[in-house]
Write a protein of this length. Sequence first.
Length: 135
Amino acid sequence: MYSRILVPVVFDPDNTPDAALEVAKAISADDARVTILHVIEELPSYASRYVSGDFIEKSREDVKARLDEIAGMVPGGEAMVVTGHSARTILEWADTHGNDCIIVSSHKPGVQDYFLGGTAARVVRYAQCAVHVVR
């Protein structure tokens, strides 16, 4: 059983966190902390001048509210929203916070994943802890 589980989530129609949350419940210790993490990609500087700070803050608040709901479905769940590059930020979070397991959801790979590598693939490749991939 794992005591510090990280479940990165992304909000898109092809990728719901339900399966990852079920795995987290199944493999967590009784007193486990399960962090539900969403990484907001940083806007490139050339695009940031077209997006108001209020819009960015409102979006962040909306994401946090959705994460709080999700975290409430898991014993020991906590919701966190951070900004950065998805794979790198997930890996840094896991290292910094002593996570012993990351549960990532993966989609059916597309052509671009073979050339660039998806977030889940990078997490699996570089994580310093156990990684469970859920499809």
